[in-house]
Design a protein around this ligand. Structure first.
Ligand code: SF4
Length: 228
């Protein structure tokens, strides 16, 4: 059916494709391993080279996201490591533009799992939920900090679609989102694709209830731009 020449061409193209795929996987695996061990590496790459290096890294990691996650899980480690690394890179690439937005145009989105189990707030599909100020969880501290800085608001997100709705409704010029690694990574992609500078802070302990976050890290990100 096919001539010897055509078959040999198909074979060569297939071999090159497999080679490129294996190279992408190995390169990405190495990058995840190194950056996960030393998160400061992202900052070092950014400060010593052009951001293009981080853009290329991001491209490779996004390209091999699903197989890489599976490979990492097969080695007995948490597949979310790739999300952690992607969040570190995306945060670094978007930090400057986030810091340039005035506090009053920034919004903070926190996950509902950060609430205390006895939280009495109620949810509304458009506005999510607002903290009632009982002080039983760290959302209260984040709300207080946002008020001091003059942020446009802190919203408790009931789920994924909420991010799209609240951005449409409030039209923030920058967003800070808290959540587990994969959620923050997905949020960074979604919000930045709308042209809005965004930063993410990953939870210290994730799960469905009473999760935890490093307040010092949240405050530090909220204050980006204050020293300019
Ligand atoms: S501090 Fe706010 S969010 Fe936290 S449990 Fe109390 S009312 Fe709910």
């Amino acid at each position: 059916m096919f001539s010897q020449q055509t078959l040999s061409l198909i074979g060569t193209i297939a071999l090159i494709g497999v080679g490129v795929f294996i190279f992408t996987l190995l390169f990405s695996l190495g990058a995840v391993y190194l950056i996960f061990r030393d998160k400061k590496l992202v900052e070092k790459i950014h400060s010593t080279t052009s951001h293009i290096i981080l853009d290329i890294l991001l491209f490779f990691l996004d390209l091999s996201y699903i197989p890489l996650k599976k490979i990492i899980s097969l080695t007995g480690r948490n597949g979310n490591r790739i999300d952690v690394v992607l969040v570190e890179i995306r945060n670094m690439l978007l930090r400057k533009s986030f810091a340039a937005v005035p506090y009053e145009d920034r919004l903070v989105l926190v996950p509902q799992c950060l609430r205390n189990i006895d939280c009495k707030t109620s949810f509304n599909s458009v506005e999510g939920a607002r903290c009632l100020g009982c002080g039983k969880c760290k959302i209260y501290d984040i709300v207080k900090k946002a008020k001091i800085l003059g942020y446009m608001g802190v919203y408790i997100a009931p789920g994924g679609g909420f991010v799209r709705r609240i951005i449409k409704e409030k039209k923030p010029k920058a967003v800070l989102g808290l959540g587990c690694a994969w959620e923050v990574n997905a949020g960074l992609v979604e919000v930045s694709n709308q042209g809005i500078p965004v930063q993410g802070v990953m939870l210290l302990r994730d799960g469905c209830v009473e999760t935890d976050v490093d307040l010092k890290e949240v405050y530090e990100v909220m204050e980006y731009g204050s020293k300019q």
